[in-house]
Design a binder for this molecule. Sequence first.
Ligand code: SF4
Length: 496
Amino acid sequence: MQVILENHQEYQSIAEILRLFFLEVGKLESGVILVADSEYADIILHSFIECEVSVEQMRSQADQTEISVQSRIVGSDLSIATKVVPSALRREIKRQTYFLLSKLTNVHYPWGSLTGVRPTQIVYRSFLENHHDKNLTIQDLIEDWYVVPDKAEIGLKTAVTEAKILAALQSELPMLYIGVPFCTTRCSYCSFITQDAINMGTKLDIYVQALLQEITEISDYFKRINKPFQAIYMGGGTPTVLSDQGFTKVITAIKEQVPQIENCEITIEAGRPDSITPAKLAAIKTIAEARICINPQTMHDQTLQIIGRNHSVEDVYRAYELARANDFSSINMDLILGLPGETGEDFLYSLDKLLELDPESITIHTMALKRSAFLEQQYAAQYLKLRFPDRELSNTFSIAIQKLAKQGYQPYYLYRQKNTRGGLENIGFTKTGYACVYNVGMMSDQISIVGLGSGSSSKRVDGDRLERIYNPKDLTNYVERLAEIIQRKINFFSES
Ligand code: SF4
């Protein structure tokens, strides 16, 4: 197949859509993208806009000039055309390309032409444009964006809840992320820059010292400018892999040094059940009402072994009971849909087990296919095709949503990753009153995030402007350059 671009250079946008349908997508050469798929060898897709538009025009919301966009399969009846303002051009080119390829191949993704990380942002915009009419919004999502009906429905439900949570936040106050990029062992599907704690030895203590220094100095700065944090999230990796002593020091620093609003939400990831100890739970308990996350990912021992989690289902029960015995009243648990070797039934069994435990929130992730020798070996020849639509997984997700709703769990945040199995999404579900506002604020790009620790990112939001800076991923680099890293962060947040 050849894709000819005329009057525009939206190669990346079109390639992103092509990759949904074809395994090998070439580079842009003289305005043409080549796709290696013998079945469609003679096909030519023509993507055309009536005149060239500058990047500045495409960024400007003020320019209301209507520009004609047209896409067609040359020599066939398949074509689509419309007029849009410059700021909507990229989205429209992608939408039209999706429409043609979906017709041509008869492949339909659950989220249709919505390929971004945050589909609920487009859903909510449509809801506002439709004057809060839910039926019209769902109709638009299905007819204009080619979203399947149950995703349109869950997308809208989640978007409305996200908007309510965001409206209750204070846009001028930041949120704090504290990262501990270590785990007991590395999960075979992990793409994160985590390191096995077991091999770190004394480096863990050095890391804790550096983190404490960053917490202290950044806290002092935000106290000075009188901007307390409105939510704090300690994640990773798995923060609970630190020694009892090291972990307790960090928790004490959060409690005693970090400026925070009254009733500030605090979440501590205690992801690996085998890393949870009575001493760590006691330390967390010194922070009133902290949320914790205990993440089984699956309730099948065999799968846990396959994915290298190095803990058992029994460990999950033990950690959960220990947390309840210590009066934790807001527990989140994560599951992953589409793990190697698991059927839809296996996943629903895990969900049933979690529902019996009755945590306050449950997050369902869809397995993301990162390039890794392990995953390619597990899935063999199927590997590259696993991101294509998958009816069994889609049905399983729908049944899961129904089961969760029946027990009082509603979706409150949703995001998508690249190359997930079946093109499916991740959704956080919660019982009333237990939504994690950090998750919503962080995903919204409307709240500034201050990230501490190796590999963390900080985000400064100033109206429509958004800028990021990153702490080094390399541990030695982080520790050795700490003073400079802290000063750079203070300067970065001073600019707003
Ligand atoms: S627990 Fe999370 S961060 Fe740690 S290895 Fe597993 S997937 Fe990676």
